[in-house]
Design a protein around this ligand. Sequence first.
Ligand code: KIV
Length: 297
Amino acid sequence: MTAKGRSTTLDVFPRAKASGRKLAVLTAYDLTSARIAAAGGVDAILVGDSVGMVVLGYETTLPVTMSEMIHHCKAVMRSDPGVPVIADMPYGSFHVSPEETVRQALDVVKQTGVNAVKIEGGRNRTEAISALLAAEIPVMGHLGLTPQSINRFGGYKIQGRGAEAAAQLEDEALHLADLGCFALVLECVPAELARRISARIGIPTIGIGAGAGCDGQVLVFHDLLGLFEGLKPRFVKRYAELGRIAAEAVGRYVEEVRSGEFPGSEHEFGDAREKAPGEEGPASGQVYPGAMDGGGD
Ligand code: KIV
């Protein structure tokens, strides 16, 4: 447990399922987004391969590599978020063989310290998930609209519609729970199906576009804060329009640079022996108060 009463381990998932408390999960990709997510009180952080689209500018998640995931997981872990962190296994990292899957997952777990990995897919990933669990790596499942299957699905389409597809998805969910996944993301499936699955399986379901019957929800950081103007799916609730606010702030900066209003005297340094305007005590020469001494006076 942390000072804020939150758990840094995955036990928050079974405890929430047992008590009926809803889990709030958010993606994060770097120090700043992880700090904001943690300050907001999320139960867990997912370093999603959505990083490829909202941070790296790829059109889909397919090009994301394990080295990119490791790079971003390291930045998130440096924020010391005080909640469990789950790393997405990117496309290609668990498709070759169970041995290769374990090797790739060990890389991200050992190099970054994340608590678990997430894998897209159901029965077709049985061997990969079993191998990971045998290597002591906890696994979060992911069913429904799995974006790494976009070429097979022919686009971003709701999954599990119709009796046959719903029965298959429910069967896959039970299978992933039986295998030993600690939680299951359900993406873009009919709300009634997600509610039924959530009631039937013993692990928490984390919905995204799967309605209120799930045991928790996950959103992409940039979607929640209005920072991404690419895809705007109906299931996203934008709690702020930070992209617009940020662009307005940048606009004011540009105007002030051009008008000469910025920088003001309070942003300037004086002679080495003099105090900067507003600086208390003897002139320290420190540009960033509290940071390492950059050379003194
Ligand atoms: O990559 C991601 O961000 C995800 C979530 C949307 C579940 O997989």
